[in-house]
Design a protein around this ligand. Structure first.
Ligand SMILES: [Cu+2]
Length: 168
């Protein structure tokens, strides 16, 4: 009888300690990061077209998962350009796209677009902001602009408007 009672209390102690370990583990897992789209954004600027050259500048972009980015697509050239990377599009959660207007050197929003984004076209003299949080890593080589260049009969991509994206 006495030894049985000792065994029971030992088992109870063991169960109790296992329970407390489990509770500790669950409580640490339950510490969430909160709303990742409400961080202060990291601003990344990309020029679409450099003078008359159909180029992305910079042509290599780096992002980290879990951080909020404000990717500012600026077209100061005389041609329209696309920012297209399906690899990036499917690896990010898009918070919004903001279409900007410039008045006296100051930029303000004319529209906010919510939802999944595949690609963005920016017309000469304009800028668009794509706010997103990368959720999957990848080394991407599919950034390109598929606009046709009428003078050469080639696409901007064929003329060298391509880029790479690294998501760590
Ligand atoms: Cu282009």
């Amino acid at each position: 009888m006495h030894s049985n009672a000792v065994k029971v209390s030992q088992i109870q102690l063991l169960l109790l300690s296992m329970l407390s370990i489990a509770l500790f583990w669950f409580s640490s897992v339950a510490v969430a990061e909160g709303d990742l789209t409400r961080q202060t954004p990291i601003e990344v600027e990309v020029q679409l077209g450099v003078g008359e050259a159909h180029r992305f500048s910079p042509s290599h972009l780096e992002f980290e998962t879990g951080k909020l980015y404000k990717l500012v697509l600026i077209n100061n050239s005389s041609a329209k350009h696309y920012f297209t990377s399906m690899g990036l599009a499917k690896r990010v959660f898009s918070r919004k796209v903001q279409v900007m207007k410039e008045v006296d050197g100051k930029f303000s929003r004319t529209a906010e677009i919510k939802g999944d984004i595949s690609e963005i076209e920016v017309f000469p003299g304009h800028r668009v902001e794509w706010w997103f949080v990368p959720v999957q890593t990848g080394e991407l080589t599919d950034l390109h602009c598929h606009v046709d260049d009428e003078a050469s009969g080639m696409t901007h991509e064929e003329l060298g408007m391509t880029g790479t994206i690294s998501i760590k």
